[in-house]
Design a protein around this ligand. Structure first.
Ligand code: AKG
Ligand code: FE2
Length: 284
């Protein structure tokens, strides 16, 4: 049956910070998207190396984007995004007229397992960002909306449901007190050991949960949610990674606000928190 938005999707999106539109992509279109993604994978490995996580934006690489355009304009999808986020929210295109898009495709690594750090996008991966400005938008549904569309079954993403609604909890501060957050160190390990270390790192996050996506699903999520990607060469992946744009979010991308003191390093979002101060006092 074709996908239709329900109240349960809306409720889950607001409460948990992500919602999955199951079986959104018709099988024929999925086949065409896979063919496009296989070409993109070749380009990705040729130009960015065997361990590259993504090719982005796919618009820059001379691919035939007919299937992508058909997918991005699926009427049920467009209607769902406008209902769930805002009437003027636009999936995929920064500009509907020019069809400019930043869409990427996420691929599995060809050689070694690895994971990203646990993070909230912008806050924990953009050095020099004003965390105050980022936090001011935390409850603004028009900001920080992102999409993963798996063309093959995909279990790479983990999230902490509900974390998009709040600052860090005490247990999260204790787990990751410092910035920048470090990924597990797997250098010198055999692939199986590295894979186990990455899994342990994913599981070490209080409240962390693995997301289970099937080929043709569509996962909308707040990238202000705690999340992580965990990858292994044998977990084949081609997942379209894209954004839901509003004028405010586009403005943010193009004019990311710098920290008030102008310093280049990443700010620690928890310096003013009692949990952080207690932790540092105990170490000192
Ligand atoms: O691989 C994923 O699903 C998540 C990737 C991610 O969070 C990132 O690159 O910022
Ligand atoms: Fe992320």
């Amino acid at each position: 049956m074709a996908f239709k938005l329900t109240d349960a999707h809306v409720e889950q999106y607001h409460r948990d910070g992500y919602a999955i539109f199951r079986k959104l992509i018709p099988s024929g279109l999925l086949r065409e998207l896979r063919a496009m993604a296989e070409k993109a994978r070749e380009i990705c490995h040729q130009q960015r190396g065997p361990q590259a996580q993504r090719l982005q934006p796919i618009q820059k690489y001379g691919l035939d984007l007919k299937a992508y355009t058909e997918y991005a304009e699926l009427p049920d999808l467009v209607e769902a995004v406008e209902t769930l986020i805002a009437a003027d929210a636009v999936y995929a295109y920064t500009d509907r007229r020019t069809k400019e898009s930043y869409a990427g495709i996420l691929f599995e690594p060809a050689e070694r397992p690895y994971c990203t750090t646990w993070h909230r996008d912008w806050r924990d991966n953009r050095a020099g960002l004003s965390i105050k400005a980022w936090e001011a938008n935390l409850l603004n549904i028009r900001m920080y909306n992102q999409v993963n569309t798996p063309l093959y079954d995909d279990h790479c993403t983990w999230v902490v449901p509900g974390s998009h609604l709040r600052r860090d909890l005490a247990a999260e501060i204790r787990r990751f007190p410092d910035r920048p957050i470090q990924a597990p160190n797997t250098s010198g390990m055999a692939n199986e050991e590295a894979e186990a270390a990455c899994l342990e790192y994913c599981e070490s996050m209080p409240g962390g949960m693995q997301v289970n996506l099937h080929a043709g699903d569509f996962m909308l999520y707040r990238n202000s949610l705690w999340h992580i990607g965990n990858y292994a060469p044998y977990r084949k992946r081609a997942t379209i990674h894209d954004v839901v744009w509003t004028p405010e979010f586009l403005h943010w991308w193009k004019n990311t606000p710098n920290r008030e003191d102008g310093r280049p390093e990443m700010q620690n979002p928890n310096v003013d928190r009692p949990e952080y101060k207690a932790l540092k006092a105990a170490i000192a």
